[in-house]
Design a protein around this ligand. Sequence first.
Ligand code: FA5
Length: 342
Amino acid sequence: MESKLSNLKEQIINKMNDVKTSADIEKIRVEFLGKKGKLIDILKNIKNVEASKRKEIGEKTNLLKVEVENLIESKKEELKEKEFENKIKNTEKIDITIPVNDKIGSLHPITIVQKELEDIFTSMGFTVEDGNEVETEYNNFEAVNVPKYHPARDMQDTFWLENGQLLKTQTSAAQNKIMLKYGAPLKAIFPGRCFRNEALDASHENTFFQMEGMMIDKNVSIANLIYFMKTLLSEVFKKDVEVRLRPGYFPFVEPGFELDIKCPYCSGKGCKVCKNGSWIELCPCGMIHPNVLKMGGIDPEEYSGFAFGLGLSRLAMMKYNINDLRALNSCDLRVLKQMNIK
Ligand code: FA5
């Protein structure tokens, strides 16, 4: 039996040396390790081996079986590498000079609008900052003057993590960190994904984008806020846009406003975009509350500032004439194709 085993080993090694394709390897596997393979056959009939030799032969056969399995694996790897090298040498050539097919994909409409806004703001001296998606309760609420049990929290129900943190409901959650990092004077925008536990409809998603902006300096006033917003929106819609402010309540600004724009599609005559109302509500904003400045380490006696929280998803919706916000999160390529974005 021992000589039979060493004979088998020799056969296997010889056959392995002649292997040229993966089919050859498979043949060897079946011949020796298949259900009726030569090594498996020895193991199946081990009961017929003389009792005193049975253990030793069993062990040696099992060792050889493992050796063959390893040989097969390494041969497979070797072949794979050779086949790949041959492919590169003989058949497949990568021509890096072929122009990229520009129909492959496009940026998402929200990303396009975000980049456009970033360009406009950086040209006016603002920096672009990052915020987290997972935030502390302090940053999302307390640091922007919304203490526990404040009724304003009801409007921003969110998703809570087991460790007490939450998915941020507003880009305002980054205000405190940015003030503490840079101090005053300060001009920054911070776009980001927000989450709310919402009843969904054509203009409300549970996941959406906002872009926050803050300007803090000596003598900043509402006039500065109006100027920056008007410039921004005129650039976005590529025409002079009229804006108006209405009183609005947010605990982190005083006074607070809702900024509306005269419908850029019908110039205020009335259309389906503005629902015949002539004005479109676009961006809550206001003068940063002294408590928020103080928590950010800035003296409200010396500095003042404005902040705004633009609905980026809704702006993209308007710019691309999309009548249901949920289409933007649908991952349906047909939606993007219809927008004909290059
Ligand atoms: C806020 O989130 C304030 N943090 C904005 C702010 C910042 C005010 C700085 C003052 C100073 P509001 O909840 O209204 O405000 O949301 C701001 C914008 O985000 C809305 O005008 C809207 O365009 C967008 N938005 C809010 N909820 C949703 C939603 N569920 N789906 C899509 N867009 C939403």
